[in-house]
Design a binder for this molecule. Structure first.
Ligand SMILES: Cc1cc2nc3c(=O)[nH]c(=O)nc-3n(C[C@H](O)[C@H](O)[C@H](O)COP(=O)(O)O)c2cc1C
Length: 215
């Protein structure tokens, strides 16, 4: 049995392209393997606010101080999400482009689960090292335009580059990408993206369900 963590950041539910493609990946994986899914719907989950209390808790822990009741509650909520991420053999993330970047709920999630000494370390000698076990991640993006490599709009991409950097550097993930581009350019362009996505899904499922899949 392998654990999938599915992080959904579009609020559009069954109309969402990113959620739809992620669910296709999960359904196809489940045909060839034994998976359980931990679904984090970022529009339906309570994330601890990254406010003064939570940050005070973080610095109190690092300096070995006692936490207040409020700080303890915030820190517990935060580590629960880190534990869910850490338990995943495969992470699947649905990330539409919003104003050249990611939806704010996904940024909130990243700020919650990415913690020095828990998920990663940084030293001047070695830079960033992930403290989590290595694992695969499937990142499904979607945008009205096209910001992928070779599009000519790479400078406007604050989704793919950012999520790649985060997943590889801080979370120990080996990344597979599915980019659903030009969703605003009409049905024909969208269908082209779906055809390419289907090929990628087959590739990803064959890889994940092979013996050496889990790194
Ligand atoms: C709030 C908001 C902001 C958006 N900003 C952009 C943008 O900057 N660039 C772009 O190409 N598309 C933008 N879009 C379009 C979405 O990225 C596109 O419709 C995507 O396919 C939505 O994915 P989803 O169906 O999973 O929600 C935006 C959509 C919304 C709702």
């Amino acid at each position: 049995m392998k654990n999938i963590l599915f992080v959904e950041s579009s609020p559009r539910k069954e109309k969402s392209i990113t959620s739809d493609v992620c669910q296709k990946v999960i359904r196809n994986l489940q045909i060839g393997g034994d998976y359980i899914v931990d679904h984090v719907d970022l529009w339906d989950v309570e994330l601890p606010p990254m406010n003064g209390d939570t940050l005070d808790a973080k610095y109190a822990i690092f300096s070995g101080q006692e936490l207040t009741a409020q700080q303890q509650a915030s820190w517990f909520a935060l580590t629960e999400h880190i534990d869910r991420f850490a338990a995943a053999d495969l992470v699947i993330i649905a990330a539409p482009t919003w104003i050249w970047g990611i939806p704010y709920v996904l940024k909130h999630y990243i700020d919650v689960v990415t913690q020095p000494q828990l998920t990663f370390n940084w030293t001047p000698e070695d830079g960033f090292t992930s403290l989590l076990k290595p694992r695969n991640a499937v990142l499904v993006t979607s945008s009205g335009g096209d910001y992928t490599l070779g599009s000519g709009n790479e400078d406007e991409d604050f989704v793919i580059k950012y999520l790649k950097l985060w997943l590889k550097t801080c979370m120990g993930c080996e990344l597979k990408m599915i980019n659903m581009t030009l969703s605003a350019a009409g049905e024909e362009e969208l269908q082209k993206s779906y055809v390419q996505a289907d090929e990628k899904i087959d590739e990803i499922c064959n890889l994940m369900n092979s013996v050496e899949a889990l790194i």
